[in-house]
Write a protein that binds this ligand. Structure first.
Ligand code: SF4
Ligand code: FE
Length: 482
């Protein structure tokens, strides 16, 4: 297992073609808009070496029994799945942001069972290749950037019907040693600090779409890989030099648009190529794991937001107001409901044919459906309690101006015993979660990450056996004999 400093050293100079705000970034590690993202990822290494967290952050390798970082493990039991949710909650609490390493973990687990079942059905060699790759992932303790969401072009059209055939990642040439792939993937969380990219299809595919039935892994510095980092609300505050206005100055996340410009992938790194019948299985399993993930990480971030809100109430002198207590209680209820579903879908996990455990898909989808709603309500209650000052207060530059500071100190003070600066810092943290750069992960990603709400509604309907429910009702109503 790498330590946090070893991880940071290992990604130094790795991603070569990175663009941000129109310019090529030569050293992402030191870029003030990207460094908080590196710090959050590094926490996944630091906590694996922390004895108080090792119970969740370490796992046993299914290949050789060695202790490994949990993020490179295959789930060998329902208990492993439960531990995963607890690890993600802990990391959410410690970073207050997206720590960016789960997509790759979920991709590994989905690929392990799907490659096994492709081989069983088709006599291919994908699972062995996958296990060889997994060995390297575990030995090197890599960050994997899971790449699923295609850019999709015209949503009314299938991949093969698009005017531009590159709207979904596809194989453009099969060679003796490997394949050439082309396309783009959107919303790549943690992209530029990853060692590897693991690409999967984005939807169930038909026989005519086999060029899009692709799964493979490539090093991030493979020629033809380009990252255009997306901007986030309030992101340039990180360039202003003062930490005050950022809210959470140490930790953050980033997403990028990933371009695969005719990239060569050797066969030993290809885990699906043309088996369109299995694209749906891979997508469904990956989505199940990632919908489970949110029951951990969002609850962890929610813990910090609830703590910040309760602190803001104290600093303003309203902590004992009955409605404030009730609202904080409501926030906790919503947050624990997210966690409860993550734990429940893990407990009911079952082994797949490969031995890797899969979450209960019905409850994982219920978990994510709650995630599309509850963080918004928690954020609404946080804004309610924080008050308007959160969005109207002066900047750090004003605070640092000796002429203005006495006024700010005097007039924005809450309770006498708390310094004004502490009050303003807590409000900036709430702003960061609800409207600032952390809202990318806490709000909009809660809506669309791991699939938009409608995707879960479809899965819930498919998994819930409505026919049986109707039978139960008919039996009790005397419509059918008992
Ligand atoms: Fe992990 Fe949550 Fe970030 Fe997804 S949003 S990568 S599950 S921390
Ligand atoms: Fe996500």
């Amino acid at each position: 297992m790498k330590t946090a400093p070893e991880f940071i050293d290992s990604v130094r100079g790795l991603a070569s073609q990175v663009y941000l705000l129109g310019d090529q970034v030569t050293d992402p590690l030191t870029h003030p808009m990207l460094r908080p993202s590196l710090n959050a990822l590094a926490m996944t290494y630091q906590l694996a070496h922390d004895s108080s967290a090792a119970e969740w952050m370490q796992a046993r390798s299914s290949l050789d029994g060695r202790a490994i970082n949990c993020f490179t493990s295959l789930h060998q039991s329902a208990d492993d799945l439960v531990r995963k949710v607890k690890a993600l909650r802990l990391l959410g609490q410690e970073t207050g942001t997206c720590f960016q390493r789960c997509v790759g973990w979920d991709a590994l687990n989905a690929l392990s069972s799907t490659t096994f079942e492709i081989d069983q059905a088709k006599g291919t060699q994908y699972h062995k290749r996958f296990l060889d790759y997994l060995k390297r992932v575990q030995e090197n303790d890599w960050v994997l950037n899971g790449a699923m969401t295609d850019v999709k072009g015209d949503r009314s059209k299938r991949p093969s019907e698009q005017t531009d055939p590159d709207m979904f990642v596809r194989v453009v040439e099969r060679q003796r040693d490997g394949i050439i792939v082309r396309g783009a993937k959107a919303h790549q969380t943690g992209a530029v600090f990853s060692h590897e990219i693991v690409v999967m299809p984005t939807l169930a595919l038909r026989a005519t779409e086999s060029d899009y039935a692709l799964a493979f892994a490539i090093p991030i510095n493979t020629p033809g890989v380009i990252h255009i980092v997306g901007r986030q609300s309030s992101d340039t505050r990180k360039l202003e030099g003062d930490t005050f206005d950022v809210g959470n100055a140490r930790f953050g996340g980033h997403e990028a648009l990933l371009i695969l410009d005719d990239v060569f992938v050797p066969w030993e790194r290809v885990f699906m190529c043309g088996e369109h019948e299995f694209a749906g299985m891979l997508v469904e399993r990956f989505a199940g794991y990632h919908r489970q993930s949110y029951g951990g990480c969002k609850a962890g971030v929610g813990d910090v937001l609830i703590g910040a809100t309760a602190t803001a109430a104290e600093y303003a002198g309203v902590a004992d107001a009955a409605h404030v207590k009730r609202k904080i209680g409501e926030m906790i209820h919503l947050n624990e409901t997210l966690f409860a579903c993550g734990i429940a879908c893990s407990h009911l996990g079952k082994p797949t044919a490969s031995g890797t455990y899969l979450v209960d898909l019905l409850l994982a989808n219920v978990c994510k459906q709650n995630v599309t709603r509850f963080p918004y309500e928690i954020a609404r209650l946080a804004e309610d309690i924080a008050g308007g000052l959160m969005v109207t207060m002066p900047s750090a530059k004003d605070w640092n101006n000796p002429q203005l500071r006495p006024y700010i100190e005097k007039y924005l003070k809450g309770v006498a015993e708390v310094p004004t600066e502490d009050r303003l810092r807590i409000l900036r943290l709430i702003e960061n979660f609800t409207l600032g750069s952390a809202a990318v992960a806490y709000r909009t990603e809660s809506m669309h990450g791991a699939g938009s709400p409608e995707a879960q509604v479809i899965m819930i309907a498919r998994q819930s056996d409505l026919g049986k429910k109707k039978q139960l009702a008919k039996k009790l109503a005397g419509v059918v004999p008992d």
